[in-house]
Write a protein that binds this ligand. Structure first.
Ligand code: ARG
Length: 576
């Protein structure tokens, strides 16, 4: 549609220049001003003339009329002036030819704005704190982050995915206490994530107490944990060896989740690396006169910017979260020379990012304006129905397993003879959760309802994956196809029209850092395709050209859905 909008825009610019040859209005300005009317009766595209009224010193209606007088384009079947709008009705045949030829010419890159120019973008996402369970709260950063990365890759950026794991901090002190008290090497080694979660839950229950389980609070354990962590910071080899082992086990457990999602990273350089790289940045802050002492701690005062101070060093001189972020950002600039660095975390960390971004700016780094924080809302789960071993955190792994199990049950009824049933059930189950999550605007707080996410009807992951598989199955049953493109039903043009807007959706998703735009686009393609499928006979069409056209549309739908699935961590399943 972008190309069509451009052609139309050229004609409109001509009309405007007829009123005033000096008018400063470019083709791309006009293309951006073209709107999709809310109602198809008002045309496929509309050009509002209100804004031009002042500079052209004509009424909007007069402007629209003048544009209409000279307008002629083969992409447009009919145009009319309504109020201050110039409404355009596209030519179905043109739209169809144009869209099909674009899709088949560009294939995997159809929809790409191709404007990345090889510029480098660094993505910091997922980044869980190790030694803690990988839970539902990590879903957002993981799938939003990965989708944003895929979107940028699709647009031609060079992308670096960094899992900035939280591999340093008191949680390791806790785990070490728990391990020394209750664990042994074999159980933990063999028990994997379960053994780690058990230790983690047990120590937290022991520290804070758990009334329901009759466990009294023992705050002294928290001191023990801090002491163990302190030993780590001072280089105690025994604790460091334990730490390395625990990090390795946690990473391995998380890798299973990433494999289910089809996510990989280019770097796992986590927080622990920056305890040593941090002093140089602290020195720079000191040299710049930015550090202030506050009750023994070092801070950067940000009151001028209406923010609380950014904490740089604790009283004991140990590093803090913002300081490590500054050191890591500096390191990434040296390593990758990024044009943009994107951080995806929950909105709860927005202040943290605003603070240290400001500090980087005050330090005079010229890349300060290249740092972008992308926040998202909270997730809750509807239902005590989801029993958890940990009481209050729901492991992503358990959620995926439950979804997979439910899908397997549904599939047993629907398609009992399917090959690779288990793998497909997992892909649909995981996909259902990802899709449910990503179809919401990222800042919205989400309440997770399992039944809704897994339904094969409704606007769900299974529904769109099923639609994709339907298109594949039709194509598999077709012999060669092609011939002359003919239009015989409105559903054909309606589908082509939706397919034609993919590129604009990709742009919008990139500009707003919103994978949800793609998820919702997938829903509209699915709806248009299913309407077409139900109202138009495809394989059984008698006329060869009609059949050929419909198969081409089916093939184009498969391509576009597939391209869009790739952008949001959805697997393309050919057979369900
Ligand atoms: N590990 C942190 C957490 O789980 C998230 C890290 C986000 N990235 C960053 N560069 N601060 O809360």
């Amino acid at each position: 549609m972008l190309t069509i909008k451009k052609r139309i825009a050229e004609q409109i610019v001509k009309g405007v220049k007829a009123i005033n040859p000096e008018a400063e209005l470019g083709v791309s300005d006009v293309a951006a001003m073209l709107e999709y009317p809310p109602d198809a009766n008002m045309g496929d595209l509309a050009f509002p003339c209100f804004k031009l009224s002042k500079t052209l010193r004509r009424s909007p209606v007069q402007i629209a009329q003048t544009i209409a007088e000279s307008f002629s384009d083969e992409a447009v079947a009919r145009a009319e002036v309504v109020g201050g709008y110039f409404n355009l009705y596209l030519d179905g045949a043109y739209l169809m030819h144009h869209t099909l030829s674009e899709v088949f010419k560009k294939k995997e890159s159809y929809g790409s704005p191709a404007n990345g120019d090889g510029k480098t973008v660094v993505f910091d996402y997922s980044s869980p704190n190790l030694a803690k369970p990988f839970h539902i709260g990590h879903l957002g950063t993981t799938v939003i982050g990965h989708s944003l990365r895929k979107l940028h890759e699709f647009a031609g950026y060079k992308c670096v995915g960094i899992n900035y794991v939280g591999d340093w901090g008191t949680q390791f002190g806790k785990l070490i206490v728990a391990y020394k008290k209750w664990g042994d090497r074999e159980t933990v080694e063999n028990g994997g994530v379960d053994a780690l979660v058990d230790l983690y839950v047990r120590i937290n229950n022991a520290i804070s107490g758990n009334e329901a389980q009759g466990i009294p609070a023992d705050p002294a354990l928290a001191d023990e944990a801090r002491a163990e962590f302190c030993k780590m910071e001072q280089g105690d080899e025994e604790n460091l060896a334990l730490w390395r082992w625990l990090v390795k086990l946690s990473l391995k457990a998380n890798d299973e989740i990433y494999a289910q999602l089809g996510i990989t990273f280019d770097s796992y350089k986590g927080e622990s690396n920056y305890t040593t790289e941090m002093p140089a940045q602290v020195q720079k802050l000191r040299d710049a006169g930015l550090l202030k002492l506050d009750d023994g701690a070092s801070i950067v005062d940000l009151s001028e910017y209406n923010m609380p101070p950014c904490l740089i060093l604790k009283r004991d001189g140990s590093s803090l979260y913002p300081t490590r972020d500054i050191a890591a950002a500096y390191d990434r600039k040296q390593l990758y020379d990024f044009d943009k660095a994107v951080y995806v975390t929950s909105a709860g960390q927005s202040l943290h990012f605003a603070q240290w971004f400001k500090v980087v700016e005050l330090m005079g780094y010229d890349w300060a304006d290249k740092l972008v924080h992308v926040p998202y809302g909270t997730v809750s789960i509807n239902g005590a129905k989801l029993a958890t071993r940990t009481g209050n955190v729901i492991l992503l792994r358990d959620l995926f397993a439950l979804a997979t199990e439910k899908v397997a049950g549904i599939m047993e009824e629907k398609s009992p003879n399917l090959q690779d049933k288990e793998k497909i059930a997992e892909q649909i189950g995981v996909g259902a959760i990802v899709f449910y999550y990503l179809s919401n605007t990222r800042m919205k707080d989400i309440n997770f309802v399992m039944e809704d996410a897994l339904s094969f009807e409704g606007n769900t992951g299974p529904y769109v994956q099923y639609t994709y598989a339907r298109a594949c199955s039709i194509l598999n049953r077709a012999d060669h196809f092609g011939g002359k493109v003919v239009i015989t039903a409105p559903e054909e043009v309606a589908l082509a029209k939706v397919l034609s807007t993919f590129g604009e959706k990709v742009n919008e998703a990139l500009e707003t850092y919103e994978p949800s735009v793609i998820a919702r686009y997938i829903l509209s393609v699915s709806a248009a395709f299913n309407r077409f499928y139900h109202n138009c006979t495809i394989l059984g069409a008698e006329d060869e050209n009609v059949k050929g056209t419909r198969l081409l549309l089916t093939d184009a739908t498969k391509q576009v859905l597939g391209n869009a699935f790739d952008l949001i961590c959805l697997k393309k399943i050919e057979k369900i």
